[in-house]
Design a protein around this ligand. Structure first.
Ligand code: SF4
Length: 135
């Protein structure tokens, strides 16, 4: 079955720094944080548009998901989790920074059914990271 992503953009939300090479407002064409209702609407709209069954994955992209306040993460995860429980989608994923992951954060993500966390590791060289203003 074909896998399709339902992108939920959180442009630069949670990012503790603005990396010089990254402009998520331009890349995603979105500004600001979506509401839980918007997440619900996006899931319904994407899944209703397909003519054939798909392996749908909700993906929180464009910012540092796990660096947002816990209640904000949970607010966005709740509608995705409901869709997962209902069988409307098959998976939930997010992208974040390697320094914004702790065992507690992973536990929260797991509680909401997330199975994939994409870690942006742009460089292992501190000088490069410093010059990229990545923190
Ligand atoms: S942390 Fe990631 S999303 Fe945020 S500015 Fe840097 S590269 Fe972009």
């Amino acid at each position: 079955m074909q896998t399709s992503i339902i992108p939920i953009f959180i442009p630069h939300i949670g990012c503790p720094h603005r990396c010089v090479f990254c402009n998520q407002w331009q890349i995603t064409g979105h500004q600001g944080l979506p509401s839980p209702d918007e997440v619900r609407r996006l899931i319904a709209s994407y899944t209703a548009s397909a003519r054939t069954p798909r392996h749908w994955e909700v993906a929180f992209y464009g910012g540092s998901f796990t660096a947002m306040p816990g209640e904000v993460q949970e607010g966005l995860l709740q509608p995705a989790y409901e869709a997962l429980e209902a069988g409307t989608i098959a998976a939930i994923r997010c992208s974040t920074r390697p320094d914004c992951i702790t065992p507690e954060i992973l536990q929260r993500l797991q509680q909401y059914g997330m199975t994939c966390v994409e870690l942006g590791v742009q460089s292992m060289d501190d000088t490069v990271l410093e010059q990229a203003r990545r923190g």
